[in-house]
Design a protein around this ligand. Structure first.
Ligand code: SF4
Length: 186
């Protein structure tokens, strides 16, 4: 089949190009915006250089350079991981959180205003299924929401919740964050 015979592929490709071209804003490159967005949603097990590398699908060197540029701008901070002197916990600074209010991708949400709630939910569900299929085929990480993960458990004695994989108590806030170790409930 010729690429021009695939209207859906063509739509996705044009959409991706449009998003990418408009993601240079406030002196930041698209990958730097991706990092800020990731850090705003990722849980404490995922806010690491290796978590970012897995999420972005880029080399360690590229991620490290981008992090350094964001650190120099005062938008991210590196802290030691509790209980692991060599581990790094990468967090948004106050300025990084404020920068996200200028996220250029927010303008794309306005384009969905004409859709009803049901259409938006259907579109989200279809794209999510499609992305999950692509990631599964490529052994990619899904970075889903913790409370949708197969290891997520309610726990009366530890947190309100508990991670069956990492054996850690989880707070209400943790349960809404995204995680590098996420696995979909089968
Ligand atoms: S329950 Fe799943 S998503 Fe949540 S912290 Fe554990 S592995 Fe990560």
């Amino acid at each position: 089949m010729h690429v021009m015979d695939m209207p859906l592929l063509s739509l996705l490709e044009r959409l991706a190009r449009l998003v990418h071209s408009e993601s240079h804003a406030a002196g930041l490159k698209p990958v730097q915006w991706d990092i800020l967005r990731f850090l705003a949603q990722a849980n404490r097990f995922s806010r690491t250089p290796s978590g970012l590398t897995a999420y972005l699908g880029q080399t360690k060197g590229t991620v490290s350079q981008s992090l350094k540029a964001l650190e120099d701008k005062g938008l991210v901070e590196k802290h030691p991981q509790p209980g692991d002197k060599r581990g790094v916990d990468v967090r948004l600074s106050t300025a990084g959180r404020a920068m996200l209010t200028q996220d250029p991708l927010a303008a794309f949400m306005g384009g969905l205003d004409g859709f009803g709630l049901e259409d938006r939910q259907t579109l989200e569900a279809l794209l999510s299924r499609y992305l999950t299929g692509l990631l599964t085929a490529r052994q990619g990480r899904m970075f889903g929401e913790c409370r949708q993960c197969r290891f997520f458990q309610a726990s009366a004695s530890q947190g309100p919740y508990f991670c069956g994989l990492l054996k850690q108590a989880l707070s209400e806030e943790d349960s809404r964050d995204r995680c590098v170790e996420f696995e979909l409930i089968c």
